[in-house]
Design a protein around this ligand. Structure first.
Ligand code: ZN
Length: 181
């Protein structure tokens, strides 16, 4: 069934699509491009740094990231800790998690007002297909690596409320219950 890309909207927890098994994208069609354009517009509007297809109601293996540079982050670091602009990851796979797990507070556009510390390795390698249909591999660190891991979790039906430290899970309990109503 054709996707009405222009009318895609952010999906909030507990919508079941956020837990759905995602499917591989066979090729970069015009429809995939329209979905990426719409996801980009939504991410910019919501001032997010990443967005996964299930968050707009599509159980596809696709996410986008744009981690802006700052005093602490740069796309020219080795490995990079920010993106050089919008990046599209189709059928991504993560490998080589490196370094001791680090806690850092994360939020999610599908879980409004909920934030909590999640432990993740500080460096990871991603292999994915780009919008040009070519497979590429990148290694990232810092917020960029964290963004990839957060978005990758979405493609596996995992949310920050599943991963956050127990103390933060308890702090957010009321807000999570409110979303479930
Ligand atoms: Zn998220």
């Amino acid at each position: 069934m054709a996707v009405d890309a222009d009318n895609l909207l952010i999906v909030h927890y507990p919508d079941p699509v956020l837990r759905a098994k995602t499917t591989v994208i066979k090729s970069v069609t015009a429809e995939v491009r329209r979905v990426v354009d719409r996801m980009t517009a939504i991410m910019r509007e919501e001032e997010g740094i990443g967005l996964a297809a299930p968050q707009v109601g599509l159980a596809w293996k696709l996410f986008i990231c744009d981690v802006p540079e700052s005093d602490e982050r740069s796309a020219s670091d080795d490995p990079p800790t920010a993106s050089p602009g919008l990046q599209v990851y189709i059928n991504p796979k993560l490998t080589k998690p490196t370094g001791p797990l680090e806690p850092f507070e994360e939020g999610c556009l599908s879980l409004p007002e909920i934030r909590g510390r999640v432990l993740r390795p500080p460096m990871v390698t991603i292999t994915a297909m780009g919008l040009d249909g070519e497979t590429f591999t990148q290694t990232g660190a810092g917020l960029l690596a964290r963004c990839w891991q957060h978005e990758m979790d979405h493609l596996d039906g995992i949310l920050i409320i599943d991963r956050m430290l127990q103390e933060d899970r308890l702090k957010n309990r009321t807000k999570v219950k409110a979303l479930e109503k």
